[in-house]
Write a protein that binds this ligand. Structure first.
Ligand code: XMP
Length: 598
């Protein structure tokens, strides 16, 4: 039974709230925002999440007002805060300034939900509307210069609202605030441990898979490996077939490593390996847009899967399709009723949605977060090398191989140039777009390239200044080194699509980077390091962008600040690859950029 329920208004960070509370050992579930009050009887606390809407917009998501009669503590965050204000008789207005990022919170009342905080706190904001007047019987606990009611409370009714996001790591006392709510206000018990859910998971798989067989696409990543292993344990090797598809978008040596893992686990016999690289690459012929790439890859997966299933199908058999989908995969694809689509996850393309409606998809890990999946994996006896692998997206290197419909020069607009000059740097607008996330929405906007002298630490200021000042820019990459000391002015974007030759080049670069990070003991200190191929040419080659990030869960991230000399050494190494003309370093956080470029 869930002690805390998070009502999902469609916010990016909704799952993060639940994860944080689960980390405290308190089982927490997510439910749709309009869940009827009867379904919430017995919970100890309710949190209403953020979301991409305005409370005063027609048809914006709202709550069942009878929830208040439960007498359970309620905490509204961001949209949830505004919704509580509106529903209880306060006033919400469009803010004069959109606040995205860090803000300084002046705490006027260090009590109840804000107990134990300092008078001035750093918090993470992501909103445009604001609560102008709190509802009657509420008092203002804290404010920022742009947000008069950043925290409010009605302690008698035990209802609280926060405009900022306590669940995001950048809110320094966020964990303290959530602990205040969960333990002091809601009086929850700490008794949740994901490892102990294994028997329940096995029982659920047996129940759903009764008299059925399960067909699994496995990628070699931790999620699908753990989900597949759970299914084999629950149903036995003869009722579970794993298909590993070599899409041509895999990293170097991936197939061999995977075979070795399954051999060690003693389940290699249940795994089929199929080289479908030619048809996957062909499916991307003439495709330049990231969303189109993702959709085509997702559909191709299903097509190959269906074909393979037909080959092994025996009359009278009923099959389920197994997937290693985890919680965050569903939210970023708009997995809840009110969320905006940031990226179409390959596990959530339309055919999968149809199969889900028919009850033919088995996703044993859909309720878990990455770190919980890792704990389950270790408990199942998976080797640490697999459990601690960096995340690798299902569409693989295809979404790290940027494409361009046409050849075009870089541009040096005056506003960008003068902004960069204040930092003693040069800046160019590349005619390439990449994906980002702003508020709760996806963006697909401009890439800025910068060059000049600067420590990686200092580049954060430049990058933040650029993305804040020029709203059409969501990503900034710093030129570390170019062939023969060439500069941004010597570069141009070339026409390019996903080809085997480009993938091979990217594979070599990716391997080189990963080996380098391993050698220098950085692999375990970062969340992941996508290596991206850019159709950006000086002479005959292309460019590489390094995207090392620190993150807790992939939902937000900071670019990892590797030591400068190390980055230069790595760039020199990459430039020894024929076909690489320049090396860039992505110096953008998430938001406003996403981790993957596409
Ligand atoms: P973004 O780029 O959205 O990535 O900031 C967040 C995390 O998700 C991974 N990612 C994916 N994983 N299939 C996956 O299995 C996908 O389609 C996909 N897209 C992004 C990404 O590598 C990062 O860890």
């Amino acid at each position: 039974m869930s002690q805390i329920v998070v009502l999902n208004a469609g916010g990016q960070y909704c799952h993060l709230i639940a994860r944080r509370i689960r980390d405290m050992g308190v089982y927490t579930e997510i439910k749709e925002i309009d869940t009827p009050w009867e379904a919430l009887a017995g919970v100890r606390g309710i949190i209403i999440s953020g979301g991409p809407h305005s409370v005063y917009a027609p048809a914006s998501p709202t709550m069942d007002r009878r929830l208040f009669s439960l007498g359970v503590p309620i905490l509204g965050i961001c949209y949830g805060h505004q919704l509580l204000a509106q529903v209880l008789g306060g006033k919400v207005t469009p803010g004069e300034v959109k606040e995205y990022g860090l803000a300084h919170l002046a705490v006027q009342q260090r009590e109840t939900i804000l107990e134990g905080l300092d008078a001035c706190e750093t918090v993470w904001m992501s909103h445009s509307d604001v609560v102008e007047t709190p509802p009657p019987a509420f008092k203002v606990l804290a404010s920022t210069p742009d947000c008069p009611v950043a925290a409010m409370a009605n302690p008698q009714a035990r209802i609280y609202g926060l405009q900022f996001h306590p669940e995001v790591v950048h809110t320094v006392s966020g964990q303290q605030i959530l602990r205040n709510f969960v333990f002091t206000i809601c009086r929850c018990q700490s008794d949740w441990d994901p490892k102990q859910t294994i028997p329940r998971l096995l029982a659920t798989i047996r129940e759903k898979g009764e008299r059925k067989k399960v067909f699994f696409l496995i990628s070699g990543g931790v999620d699908s490996t753990v989900a597949f292993t759970l299914c084999v344990k629950a149903l036995g090797g003869d009722r579970v077939v794993g298909l590993y598809v070599d899409t041509g978008f895999m990293r170097q040596g991936e197939t061999e490593m995977l075979q070795e893992t399954f051999r060690r686990l003693g389940i290699l016999d249940s795994v089929h390996i199929l080289d479908a690289s030619a048809e996957f690459i062909a499916a991307l012929h003439g495709v330049y847009e990231p969303e189109e790439k993702r959709v085509r890859i997702g559909r191709k997966f299903l097509e190959v899967q269906e074909r393979s299933l037909q080959q092994i199908y025996q009359p009278g058999e009923e099959w389920l399709v197994g997937q290693g989908t985890i919680y965050p995969d569903t939210i970023e694809s708009g997995g809840s009723a009110h969320a905006a689509v940031i990226k179409t996850h390959h596990n959530r393309v339309d055919i999968v949605q149809e199969l889900m409606q028919q009850g033919k998809i088995l996703e044993p890990l859909v309720e878990f977060y990455k770190d919980e999946v890792r704990e389950i994996g270790l408990q199942l006896g998976l080797p640490p090398a697999i459990v601690w692998r960096h995340p690798f997206p299902g569409p693989g290197l295809a979404i790290r191989c940027l494409c361009s419909r046409e050849e075009a020069p870089l541009r040096f607009p005056a506003d960008l140039s003068s902004l960069c000059q204040t930092y003693g740097m040069e800046g160019a607008l590349a005619p390439l777009k990449t994906v980002g996330v702003q508020g709760d929405y996806r963006s697909y906007t401009d890439l800025v390239l910068i060059s000049g002298q600067g420590s990686l630490e200092k580049l954060e200021d430049v990058s933040t200044d650029i993305t804040n000042t020029i709203p059409t820019v969501n990503r900034v990459a710093y030129l570390v080194q170019a062939r023969q000391g060439k500069r941004l002015r010597d570069m141009r974007v070339i026409r390019a699509e996903v080809t085997r030759a480009r993938l091979d080049l990217l594979r070599q670069a990716d391997r080189m980077v990963n080996e380098f990070l391993q050698e220098h003991d950085w692999q375990s200190r970062i969340w992941q390091c996508p290596v991206v191929l850019l159709p950006l040419r000086i002479e005959v080659g292309e460019s590489i962008a390094l995207r090392p990030v620190s993150s807790l869960d992939g939902m937000t991230a900071e670019y990892a600040k590797l030591p400068g000399p190390l980055v230069i050494q790595l760039a020199h190494r990459l430039l020894t690859l024929p076909g690489i003309d320049a090396v860039f370093y992505d110096v953008t956080n998430k938001p406003p950029a996403t981790i993957e470029w596409e």
